[in-house]
Design a protein around this ligand. Structure first.
Ligand SMILES: Cc1cc2nc3c(=O)[nH]c(=O)nc-3n(C[C@H](O)[C@H](O)[C@H](O)COP(=O)(O)OP(=O)(O)OC[C@H]3O[C@@H](n4cnc5c(N)ncnc54)[C@H](O)[C@@H]3O)c2cc1C
Length: 425
């Protein structure tokens, strides 16, 4: 099921080709070895290469084979569930500021390296799906605004103007947010990193990370890399590489789809200012345009059985409900990917052993966040004391009963749908 999730994506059909890469052959030496060529690994590698560090990236599949090549491409400078004040209490104010600045950082990198990834920074809007969620929107706009975000509370008319729909009750927007072609951004990060001297090896799964002769040795099928430091950036695609790591996060499948290109009149009427949009539901309703005039949306399913037909029906009805002016949409692309959910809904950053760093737990909002955290992990590799970095450092905790819980994690969607149907207390 996993390869069609990557192969069939809109982004793969429309992104510029990846930079040329080869599988690792033979033994190499690096200052830092990065495992995983998604946003985290590549943002980290780019920052390290900028600093003149000898860095090698090892990727099991292609560049962007994980969530980074498959996501909705919404650049959102917030977490999905934990709001700024609660986040400050749990992870520290510097981390809240990192999240707050993460979209600006992402678009700044895109501009600096002239990345061809259909980037549009026209804002991200979060409409409220019940009248009671307006309070949440108010609190979010105020809390992010206090931290310097260009946040703005919107009444019902304001949201209707931005979304082209009278479906919601109001909401808020953050003008720092936006959208891009997910895989194109990932490939362009790789191109920038390679341009600065990083080596990126695809089809080079890391099979083990072991201490040998005062260095870490990462073994692949046909070679290995020896390095002082290692960044494990495998997120929800983590395997058995590091004991317990995969069991510290729940890989949850999110399904994506894109309509056929729609007429200009549709583009003028739905999200006419080209915002990225995801609402306050747990069973998230999210929408955006791609550069070719396709509405890119998707959703979650409790069961993966017959997912293409069931998703097309469910999301088709949703689009018709939210944007009746589009009629019954025809979907041209369907794909899926895995995102990393943590029990406390917080991102987790770990020092797994001296010189070995990892983070997981985007909880569905990891595009800008992975870009920002990747650069902080690079600073750690360059010698910055971990305690001086704005990162929520914790000990890695495999979840007890993970195997069983993982199998049933998609059933949490039923709880979200139930909660979505009720006003918050
Ligand atoms: C369908 C979907 C929609 C989403 N939509 C959004 C959105 O609109 N906005 C947003 O902010 N976030 C979104 N997210 C979340 C976001 O995509 C992720 O948080 C982000 O891409 C994580 O990047 P990463 O580099 O940490 O991990 P990944 O991109 O998952 O990269 C991990 C990489 O590690 C590789 N790997 C694994 N094991 C090994 C090994 N042993 N050796 C070598 N390589 C290995 C994998 O092949 C993979 O390429 C979405 C996620 C999904 C799945």
């Amino acid at each position: 099921m996993d390869d069609d999730g990557f192969r069939d994506s809109l982004w793969r059909a429309t992104a510029p080709p990846p930079p040329g890469t080869e599988a690792l052959e033979g033994e190499q030496r690096a200052d830092v070895a990065v495992i995983g060529a998604g946003y985290t690994g590549l943002s980290c590698a780019l920052a390290l290469a900028e600093a003149g560090t000898n860095v090698a990236v090892l990727e099991a599949g292609e560049i962007g084979h994980g969530a980074s090549g498959r996501n909705n491409g919404q650049v959102i400078p917030t977490l999905s569930r934990v709001d700024p004040d609660a986040l400050a209490a749990k992870a520290g104010e510097p981390f809240v500021q990192l999240v707050c600045d993460s979209a600006a950082l992402t678009f700044e990198l895109i501009r600096r390296y002239a990345m061809q990834c259909e980037a549009v920074q026209n804002g991200w809007v979060q409409p409220a799906h019940t009248p009671g969620r307006i309070k949440l929107a108010e609190a979010r706009a105020a809390a992010w605004g206090r931290r310097g975000a260009p946040a703005e509370l919107l009444d019902r008319d304001g949201v209707a103007r931005i979304t082209g729909s009278s479906y919601w009750h109001g909401g808020w927007q953050n003008r720092a947010g936006g959208k891009l072609n997910a895989l194109a951004y990932c490939r362009e990060l790789a191109r920038a990193a390679i341009g600065r001297g990083a080596r990126v090896h695809t089809r080079s799964a890391a099979n083990s990370v072991e201490r040998s002769g005062g260095l870490w040795r990462i073994a692949c099928a046909r070679g290995g890399v020896r390095a002082e430091r290692v960044v494990i950036a495998t997120h929800a695609y983590s395997d058995r590489l590091w004991p317990g790591l995969a069991r510290s996060v729940f890989p949850v499948t999110s399904y994506q789809m894109a309509t056929v290109p729609l007429p200009e009149a549709a583009r003028q009427s739905v999200l006419p200012f080209d915002h990225a949009c995801s609402d306050t539901r747990g069973d998230l309703h999210f929408f955006r345009w791609d550069a070719g005039g396709r509405l890119v949306t998707g959703g979650a399913l409790v069961l993966s059985w017959n997912w293409r037909e069931r998703l097309a029906r469910r999301i088709g009805e949703r689009v018709a409900r939210v944007f009746p002016q589009l009629g019954a949409p025809h979907f041209e692309f369907q794909w899926h990917g895995r995102l990393g959910i943590t029990l406390d809904r917080l991102p987790h950053v770990h020092e797994l052993a001296p010189g070995v760093l990892a983070w997981l737990g985007c909880n569905g909002r990891g595009l800008a966040l992975a870009t920002a955290i990747g650069r902080e992990l690079a600073r750690a590799c360059l010698g910055a004391p971990l305690a001086s970095l704005p990162l929520p450092l914790t000990g890695m905790k495999p979840v007890w009963g993970h195997g069983v819980a993982k199998r049933f994690s998609s059933f949490a969607l039923l709880l979200y749908r139930y909660r979505d149907s009720r006003e918050p207390p």
